[in-house]
Design a protein around this ligand. Structure first.
Ligand code: ADP
Ligand code: MG
Length: 345
């Protein structure tokens, strides 16, 4: 007899694997979570090494606070976090992470090895994790302060997803992500390499600036045409910093990087406004480069609307977007005028 229609409770491992698949859809999602953990741990250096676009292996080394030995056995369990204690904290959360879900998710779809040392530990410890569980005891080893996380054979247990991934495409997503994070977090040094390569794909110095890193990553064609886009609006509780290209730069596609309260987001409404403003200054099929870092009080932003946190919702969206558009328009026109005067004189 068919058992179609019979309702059963899924087994724990299946539940976790399905949940993990929502957070970790590809290597770059895993890397984003791990880079954010490194930044939450106050790292000033983040080094990434990948093999086969991160599908075969993805390693991230930071010099942050490290993980205490006594936390090592639960660090990959679901909903274990050092960042959030009660639901109300979500309104003011100042760290990237708060759900305690990333490492757990990664360990449900890959093999995870963590090597870590805190400042006051005598040595580092290493442990491996499968399906959220530590395998054996952490083993003492030698390492500097910080954390190294190695993620191997991503989706070894989800064959169709693994086969759908193309290493080159995944590697370019990783480059894109590391580049954008290095621009936003320019005080931290970022390094990205393919395993076995002697030269780095991305290498930004410690205590750099957003502008300097834009030049390193997107090239001087863009960097030499940038103007500053910083302003504050007290009524809207808004603070914006950023850089955008002037009317002389005519890129083949729109390059738009938006961070809201430090989070990289897709924000179609801001994008549309920016395109509208530039359409008055650039010929058809020419596009600008725009980097915007928007800060507003934490309580105005809901960061918990998407499993990969790539979109956020915020109060006063229309007013804020119009304000940004207006500022961009003014600066763009002013820049245009001063540059053309420069030529005329
Ligand atoms: P969340 O970031 O939401 O807390 P994660 O699963 O990403 O959850 O990480 C779980 C915990 O592991 C973090 O709260 C943090 O205490 C610790 N952790 C993870 N990565 C690092 C790191 N690179 N350095 C220091 N601690 C880390
Ligand atoms: Mg995290």
């Amino acid at each position: 007899m068919s058992d179609l229609g019979v309702i059963r409770k899924l087994d724990e491992v299946v539940i976790n694997r399905i949940a993990a698949g929502e957070v970790i859809q590809r290597p770059s999602n895993a890397l984003k979570e791990m880079m954010e953990n490194s930044l939450d741990a106050k790292a000033t250096s983040v080094q990434v090494v990948v093999k086969d676009g991160g599908i075969k292996s993805l390693q991230i080394l930071d010099n942050g606070t490290g993980i205490r030995l006594k936390d090592m056995d639960i660090v990959c369990e679901r909903f274990t976090t050092s960042k959030l204690k009660k639901f109300e904290d979500l309104a003011t959360v100042g760290t990237y992470g708060f759900r305690g879900e990333a490492l757990a998710s990664i360990s449900h779809v890959a093999h995870v090895t963590i090597t870590t040392k805190t400042a006051d530990a005598k040595c580092a410890y290493r442990a491996t994790y499968v399906d959220g569980k530590i395998q054996g005891q952490p083993k003492p080893c030698a390492a500097n302060q910080g954390t190294k996380i190695l993620v191997e054979d991503l989706f070894y247990n989800c064959k169709t997803r693994r086969e759908a991934l193309k290493p080159n495409e995944e590697f370019s997503r990783i480059c894109d992500l590391v580049g954008k994070y290095s621009i936003q977090n320019s005080l931290t040094a970022f390094n990205l390499k393919k395993l076995g390569d002697s030269t780095a794909e991305i290498n930004t110095p410690v205590k750099s600036s957003a502008k300097n890193n834009i030049q390193l990553i997107y090239g001087s064609e863009i960097a030499k045409e940038l103007f500053d886009l910083g302003f504050e609006d007290k009524d809207l509780n808004l603070q914006v910093t950023g850089h955008a290209t002037n009317g002389r730069y005519k890129g083949p596609r729109l390059e738009m990087i938006i961070f809201i309260n430090g989070r990289l987001v897709e924000c179609p409404s801001i994008k549309k406004q920016v395109e509208l403003v530039y359409s008055e200054h650039l010929p058809a099929k020419s596009y600008p480069f725009v980097y915007l870092s928007v800060e507003m009080p934490q309580r105005f932003v809901d960061v918990n609307v998407h499993p990969t946190k790539e979109s956020v919702e915020f109060f006063n969206e229309r007013a804020i977007i119009e304000r940004i558009g207006l500022e961009l328009k003014e600066k763009l026109s002013a820049n245009h005028k001063s540059k053309s005067h420069g030529v005329a004189v």
